[in-house]
Structure formats: structure tokens, C-alpha cells
Ligand binder design. Structure first.
Ligand SMILES: [Zn+2]
Length: 490
């Protein structure tokens, strides 16, 4: 495909991606609720949307990437009843809810940094946007689509459904919801406040012992989970923006509610494209605390979990995620991860081989055919497994050329080197594992090289030799050339 196509969950079609404003993309991705250490359920979304963002930037779009941090209002039941997830954890750890949020926000960001995920341009916190959420709730009330009861405010789903489609994104039919919801909902406290069991909370009244609470026109309370994303995406990306992303588990009620809230307020579905990645399973099973297969990311990186035969590196995990199409399920197993680890090493080795190839006078392989196939695969709804298949083809070509079994001229060798750089490193974000450390090391080494050059200029040869010898003892070799000195690992 010659232009980027994305599957739009809202229309259930693969559509040509066109932006609202030329050259610009507004991308909102639902971020984590930060009440516990990041686990395997957290890893797929950041990687998938990182590759989308990298590819959009490769296509020369200026991307405004917003990913929120949910630090208030997400209740343990995932619906409108139960304790706030952060408040519950704070009680267990005997700390402030904001300490819980800070601890796990840092842990989440460290995890995704290790996995090569670029930080979003804006990372808004729900607790920092209470005013915007109150304003939006007020606007929904002014539109006659929400009502206040006893200090809480609920979205009036039936009133909304009279003039708008409710359930289109998730494919749920309101009549079925009404029939089904009655039974479960009656069990939950607070339901009697609602006109209809499907109504969802925009604002919840807080008991005096509730730590996180704010003043509002309806009394002291806190916002519902769904309103934060509507308010923050609108604030930073406008009433309508290009892409809203998240996991398929968020389709209902979270994203369905977001669409209803925004439409009630602005008259528009906020996103032109709704993009959802599928979920992760472990050895064919859903991940669940009760099944004992909830693996944290730390456990995966250290190998310390009964289900793991070894540690897996962050890049192995990233590569493994990208070996599946984002809309398919992804099943974790030791066999699959070990295969990914091997494949990744093969690609790294081939990229290194490609960088040292000698050009022939004639040419026997058109590398640009691989490049074109990579572009076609990405344009076809981000088909990363196909891109990876093409990288393995590039690896085969590099190895054949290196073995003297295939001739490549200078232009094709250059194309092959560029292919690894652009498609593996820049777009898929697969960099060599030590690249992060090497960045810091590069800086330190440059500093030492500068100091050594100064010592030599001052004719302090004892010092310049000492620097070289001590680095050499650490396996870091300095080479002096006519354009100055350089270094490499021994
Ligand atoms: Zn959200």
C-alpha cells in the first residue's frame, strides 16, 4: 500500500489515514492507572503506539503525543463502585495516594524507557486537571445529559441515546445492556441514585475519610475515571483530533463513555481514528491474579518468576511484541520469548555484518525491493511482523554477500546499511541493548579524550599515557588518528 492505512475500530474498516491538519497528528493514548508495579498487561500498548508514532514521524508528520497518568477516580471495580485503586494501595502501603502515584509513575516510565519507548510530548495527570473535568461535567449537565444526585453526577445514557448512537464503538446494544445491567447492578451500592443502571459517574461524592477530594459545584468529591481522558484530550488536542489509542479492554465502558461525554459536550466523536491493540495471554491463558500468572516487568527482566525459565531483556520483549500484529492476541511463553531472543540476535549480527561489507563492481540483488516491501507492510495497518520478515531477508542478503556468494555494489550496500538503521532502529525502535548505556559512556569517553588531548598539548605525556593505559585495562581502546582520537571497546 502506498499510503498509511489504519484499522478504525469505530467504523470497523481499514481506512486511509488522513490528518485533520496537513502535516500534523494529534495522538491520545490512555496511559496507566499507577497503583502497582508495571506488569505484562502494561507492555504492549506503549510499544505499539510508540511504533505508530515513530512511523508517523518517519512520514514527516509532526506528532503531538499525549499519554495520561490516571492517579485518581479509577475504582477497583472498574465501574462506579468500590474504593479508588490508588487510595486502596495507599492504605495498604500506609503512604499518601500521591506517593503511590509517584512511585508507580516512575516505575512505569523506567520500564518503557528500557523498552525504547519515546516519552510522550505531554503526560497529563488526572489530579492536575480537576478544573477542566468539572467544566466538562458542567457542560454535559447544561446540555441536559447529566444529573446530580446527593453530591454525585451521573451521565444520562438514555437521554443521550435519544439523539446519539450509544454503543457503536464497542458494538454493544443499549437494549441488551439495559436487560443485562439490571441484574448485576442491583448488587452494587449507590446504584439506586442512578436513573438507569447503565448511567455512569462523572463525579462522585467523597466521604469525609476519602483522602483525594476536591470542591465542586456539587460538593466535595472526585471525578469519575472516564471524564479525565475526555477533558485532557480536549485540552491538549482540541474537540476533534486524529487518533485515540488504547487496549481493547478499554472499549467498554471507558472509550464508549469518552465518546458519549465528548459528543454531549462538543457534538463530536473526539477522534477520527480509534485504534485498539489486542491483549496478552500467558501460555494460552488470560492474565489474572487468581491464576498466579501475573508477571511483573521486573520479574521478566530478572527471570525471577516460577513461570520463567530465564531473564528476558527489554529489547527481546519489544521485539517479541512487534513479531505479532497489534490486533492479534499475543501469547507469552518461554519458547516464544527464546525464539524472539535468537531472532533478534541474528538481526543485530546481520546489521553489524552489513556495516562491514565490501562493494563489488556489479550487483546481483535489488535491496530497494526490501525497502519497498517494508513500507508496504507498515502502510497496511502497521504490519510489523511483515517488516520483521523483510529484515530477516535483509539479514540473509547481508550474510550471503559477506560469504562471497552474492555481489552487491556500493549503492546496494549503502541501501542495506540504511535499511537496518531506518527500519529496525528508527521505526521499530529495536536498538542494540547497550545503546542506552553507551550514550552516557560516549559522553564520558569524549570528556576523557578531550582531557587527554589537553594533557598532550601541555606536553604532560605521563598523564596522557596514564589515561590511555587505564582505559585499556577496562577494555576501552583509544586510537590516535590525524583527525584526533577515537575509542572502541576491545
Ligand atoms: Zn482513557
Amino acid at each position: 500500500m502506498s499510503a498509511l492505512h489504519l484499522y478504525n475500530t469505530y467504523t470497523r474498516r481499514t481506512e486511509v489515514f488522513e490528518t485533520l491538519l496537513p502535516g500534523r497528528v494529534g495522538l491520545y493514548v490512555c496511559g496507566p492507572t499507577v497503583y502497582g508495579p508495571p506488569h505484562l498487561g502494561h507492555v504492549r500498548g506503549p510499544v505499539v503506539f510508540d511504533v505508530l508514532r515513530r512511523y508517523l514521524e518517519f512520514l514527516d508528520f509532526k506528532v503531538r503525543h499525549v499519554r495520561n497518568i490516571t492517579d485518581v477516580g479509577h475504582l477497583v471495580g472498574d465501574v462506579d463502585e468500590g474504593e479508588d485503586k490508588l487510595q486502596k494501595q495507599a492504605r495498604l502501603e500506609q503512604v499518601e495516594p500521591m506517593e503511590v502515584a509517584q512511585t508507580y509513575t516512575l516505575a512505569y516510565n523506567e520500564m518503557i524507557r528500557l523498552m525504547g519507548v519515546l516519552p510522550p510530548g505531554i503526560e497529563p495527570r488526572a489530579s492536575g486537571h480537576i478544573i477542566e473535568q468539572i467544566e466538562m461535567i458542567q457542560a454535559i449537565m447544561d446540555a441536559g445529559l447529566a444529573y446530580a444526585v446527593n453530591g454525585s453526577v451521573y451521565f444520562d445514557v438514555l437521554a443521550y441515546a435519544q439523539h446519539h448512537e450509544y454503543g457503536k464503538l464497542s458494538g454493544r446494544v443499549l437494549e441488551d445492556l439495559i436487560a443485562g445491567a439490571g441484574n448485576e447492578a442491583r448488587e452494587l451500592e449507590g446504584q439506586e441514585e442512578k436513573r438507569n443502571p447503565n448511567d455512569f459517574a462523572l463525579w462522585k461524592k467523597a466521604d469525609p475519610e476519602h483522602i483525594m477530594q476536591w470542591s465542586s459545584p456539587w460538593g466535595k468529591g472526585y471525578p469519575g475515571w472516564h471524564i479525565e481522558c475526555s477533558a485532557m484530550s480536549r485540552k491538549y488536542l482540541g474537540d476533534v483530533f486524529d487518533i485515540h489509542g488504547g487496549g481493547m479492554d478499554l472499549l467498554f465502558p471507558h472509550h464508549e463513555s469518552e465518546i458519549a461525554q465528548s459528543t454531549a459536550c462538543t457534538g463530536h466523536n473526539p477522534a477520527r481514528f480509534w485504534v485498539h491493540h489486542n491483549m496478552i495471554t500467558i501460555n494460552g491463558q488470560k492474565m489474572a491474579k487468581s491464576l498466579g500468572n501475573g508477571i511483573t516487568v521486573d520479574e521478566l527482566f530478572s527471570g525471577k518468576h516460577p513461570l520463567l525459565q530465564q531473564a528476558y531483556s527489554p529489547m527481546t520483549l519489544r521485539f517479541f511484541i512487534l513479531q505479532a500484529h497489534y490486533r492479534g492476541t499475543l501469547d507469552f511463553s518461554n519458547e516464544a520469548l527464546q525464539a524472539s531472543e535468537k531472532g533478534l540476535q541474528r538481526l543485530w549480527k546481520a546489521a553489524e555484518t552489513a556495516s562491514g561489507l565490501k562493494a563489488a563492481a556489479h550487483n546481483e540483488y535489488d535491496v530497494n525491493a526490501i525497502v519497498a516491501a517494508c513500507a508496504a507492510a507498515m502502510n497496511d495497518d502497521l504490519n510489523t511482523p511483515q517488516v520483521i520478515a523483510q529484515l530477516f531477508e535483509a539479514a540473509r542478503v547481508a550474510n550471503l554477500c559477506n560469504d562471497g556468494k552474492l555481489a552487491l555494489d556500493a549503492a546496494n550496500i549503502e541501501a542495506l546499511q540504511q535499511l537496518f538503521k531506518v527500519w529496525m532502529e528508527d521505526i521499530l525502535g529495536i536498538r542494540t541493548e547497550s545503546a542506552g548505556d553507551d550514550q552516557a559512556l560516549d559522553g564520558v569517553m569524549q570528556m576523557l579524550l578531550d582531557m587527554r588531548a589537553k594533557a598532550k598539548a601541555d606536553k604532560n605525556y605521563a598523564l596522557s599515557d596514564e589515561i590511555r593505559n587505564r582505559l585499556s585495562a577496562l577494555g576501552l581502546v583509544i586510537r590516535d588518528g590525524k583527525d584526533g582520537s577515537s575509542w572502541s571497546r576491545n
